[in-house]
Design a protein around this ligand. Structure first.
Ligand code: FUB
Length: 328
């Protein structure tokens, strides 16, 4: 049987990724990870799979602000070695965008034999582009924003940080927003909103502890939603993770529906030494991984971030164990 060899290979890959836990995955500044395992490169049913990691490109910003206008892609066969696959697209793909519109935290989805790229453009819109391949060839899927602060009721002050979750029944949900988390259903075409934009309710947020520095706008005395919404499901429980602000912890809340409400459960990742925190969770081959950004590359900082990966573990009650930060 090839099972022992397979188990050994799985154990070796888990050990290697664990050994690198929290360390930058590349020598280039990048942030806001959107990691995926796509089953093929070309969207057909042929061929093997690969990991794709889409990112905000901090290496091409001014160093003073998140003002890059291109996104960055990394690929990996095993999550240990990552290859810089260049620019999958830039904001110019969206003709309606201002040419200097900032390219912030991206999202990507493989569905319908195609690849969809969800792009916060300029802080007030989210665009969606589509391609037959994950690494390029993206074209604007609509010719108009998917979400537009000026057009859509309840889009909130800042429709950024898109994250898509597809439930077992095939229903897709788009999460986004700063300060107030938003959710809206997507039609099966993945490029059309299906119904109203709703606020995501998070209950049971705990009081700030004495050492916490709340966001200036947060007058509640409690932890609050800041940005970076992300939804994943495990054993029938829906986990909503997010950053609590600027600076922020990554925390999680759970519920019984992708629409919420979600009940606060605890901290996944503590404050970093930089202003933003932004996570994604990837489940693959029975293991879970936390992707986030930190500032551990030489010259790192709030606008010079680097993506890191760490194993994510659960207690028997479904609680997430807090991930230790790597020294640096
Ligand atoms: O990268 C620009 C912004 O910083 C993202 O949209 C936020 O999530 C924060 O990480």
């Amino acid at each position: 049987s090839c099972l022992p060899a397979l188990l050994l290979a799985l154990a070796a890959s888990a050990t290697a990724a664990t050994a690198n836990a929290g360390q930058p995955i590349a020598q280039r500044f990048n942030a806001d990870p959107s990691p995926h395992y796509f089953t093929t490169q070309d969207g057909t049913t042929q061929g093997g799979g690969k990991f794709y990691l889409y990112a905000t490109d901090d290496a091409s910003n001014s160093g003073n602000y998140w003002d890059s206008t291109t996104w960055r892609l990394y690929t990996s066969p095993d999550m240990q070695t990552w290859t810089d696959a260049g620019i999958p697209l830039d904001v110019k793909v969206f003709k309606w965008a201002r040419p200097d519109a900032k390219a912030w935290a991206p999202e990507a989805v493989q569905r319908n034999g195609r690849f969809y790229f969800y792009a916060p453009v300029g802080g007030d819109t989210i665009g969606v582009a589509v391609s037959n391949r994950p690494d390029g060839g993206f074209a604007d899927a609509r010719g108009t924003p998917l979400v537009d602060k000026a057009r859509d009721t309840n889009a909130g002050d800042e429709p950024i940080d898109p994250a898509v979750f597809i439930d077992k029944d095939g229903q897709a949900y788009l999460y986004f927003g700063t300060r107030v988390p938003k959710v809206v259903k997507l039609k099966a075409d993945m490029v059309t909103l299906d119904g109203p934009i709703l606020d995501v309710a998070i209950v049971g947020l705990p009081p700030l502890d004495k050492t916490e520095k709340p966001d200036k706008a947060n007058k509640t005395g409690r932890k609050a939603y800041g940005e970076a919404p992300f939804l994943h499901e495990r054993n029938g429980t829906y986990y909503f993770t997010f950053s609590t602000g600027w600076p922020g912890q990554i925390v999680y809340a759970t519920g019984t529906s992708p629409l919420g409400p979600f009940t606060y459960r605890g901290v996944v990742l503590d404050f970093l030494k930089i202003s933003t925190n932004h996570q994604a969770i990837l489940e693959h081959a029975g293991k879970s991984w936390l992707f986030y950004h930190d500032s551990l590359l030489p010259g790192g900082g709030s606008h010079r971030r680097s993506i890191a990966i760490a194993p994510l573990e659960y207690g028997v009650d479904g609680s997430i164990r807090q991930v230790p930060l790597a020294a640096g």
